[in-house]
Ligand binder design. Structure first.
Ligand SMILES: [Zn+2]
Ligand SMILES: [Zn+2]
Ligand SMILES: [Zn+2]
Length: 360
């Protein structure tokens, strides 16, 4: 994720900001230009774009009513909500204690997800466009143990238990599940991976290569998860998978790998924007890049992982420990995981270039 400049005064502003700290301008994110825009808001509540050229935008309905969004809607767009919020169909009862705060955290993490999906030019069909399997989100509060709210994906519907936005509950769940990492953004990036399996892999010419890399997804899913929770992962899972959960079934391996592909895409974007590249600890030589970032063809994504991402991840972990936070990226990436990430990259970039998938 990049930083942005206030269009009025040039101050650096961040993706989550709603006001410029320096000049007080109202800020709103433009999901078409993928940039932050500055506005003046008059007493009647009309938003006037301060940048040039002056473009007509209005704030997302959730921005005005709940301060639960900071994205804008083009004047020509008939939807009251921005391209992220309009995909949410179920929100919690906002009269209940803390539910507005928890829902706003959900939407904030979801906007970060959407930014990367838009930047990667991935399709984001709505239910109106694709009634059977368009993308829709339900953020649900579990009101009784008899009616558990399970976080998961089914035919484009992503359900997230509202409690995942509660830091105390999520951390307790992480500990109970023995996971090294559990975040809202991680949930979104995992579940959207299941969605893109349906969109980009199932029934396409990619299936054969995906099956060769991830395994046969036709094996019984319920049975595989039951086995995973009863017996745990295979002893050698770390040599082949990004997480122990990824070892449960090829669909989960795909979703976990996909999530890490989005983590890495965002993190490399951030690093490049901050002029951080090709890190190496003292005593090790920084590998010289053969191709500059942003210009490389698909086949060099593997090299980019090796020379940019893995050293950066080591640096982030060292820095996290320096600040008492522990490892920021508690994962290792053996060769089979790198291979799978490269396949995801190939599928994503192929889709972005709008070419037909290769013959099987
Ligand atoms: Zn400003
Ligand atoms: Zn919105
Ligand atoms: Zn999953």
């Amino acid at each position: 994720m990049r930083t942005f400049q206030c269009e009025r005064c040039g101050q650096t502003v961040f993706f989550e900001n709603t006001r410029c700290e320096a000049c007080g301008a109202h800020l709103g994110f433009d999901p078409i230009g993928l940039t932050m825009r500055a506005y003046e808001v008059d007493d009647a509540g009309a938003w006037t774009h301060l940048g040039s050229p002056a473009e007509k935008w209005r704030p997302c309905h959730n921005y005005i009513t709940h301060q639960a969004c900071n994205w804008m809607v083009a004047e020509t767009d008939e939807e009251p909500m921005c391209v992220s919020c309009r995909h949410t169909d179920v929100i919690p009862d906002l009269t209940r204690l803390d539910s507005l705060m928890l829902w706003a955290r959900m939407e904030a993490a979801k906007r970060r997800l959407f930014y990367t999906l838009l930047a990667l030019k991935l399709p984001i069909p709505s239910r109106a466009e694709a009634p059977e399997n368009g993308l829709v989100f339900h953020f649900k509060e579990q009101l009784s143990p008899e009616e558990p709210v399970m976080t998961g994906h089914a035919s484009g519907l992503i359900t997230v238990n509202l409690a995942e936005a509660d830091d105390v509950i999520r951390e307790a769940t992480r500990r109970d599940m023995g996971e090294p990492y559990r975040t809202l953004l991680g949930h979104f990036r995992h579940e959207i991976g299941h969605f893109y399996w349906d969109q980009l892999v199932a029934g396409t010419a990619w299936e054969a290569r995906v099956t060769a890399a991830f395994g046969d997804a036709q094996q019984d899913y319920a049975e595989a998860l039951k086995r995973h929770y009863e017996q745990g992962p295979p002893a050698d899972w770390a040599a082949r998978f990004i997480s122990s959960y990824a070892a449960s079934h090829p669909w989960e391996d795909w979703a976990e790998t996909w999530a890490h592909y989005l983590h890495i895409s965002d993190a490399l974007d951030t690093a490049a924007h901050w002029h951080v590249g090709f890190l190496a600890p003292k005593g090790e030589h920084s590998p010289a890049p053969e191709v500059l970032p942003g210009q490389e063809p698909t086949h060099s994504f593997r090299r980019r992982l090796a020379v940019e991402w893995l050293p950066l991840a080591r640096f982030l972990n060292s820095m996290g420990r320096s600040l008492g936070q522990g490892d920021l990226y508690p994962f290792t990436m053996p060769d089979p995981v790198l291979d799978k990430l490269c396949l995801v990259h190939e599928i994503v970039t192929q889709r972005a270039s709008d070419d037909a998938p290769p013959a099987a």
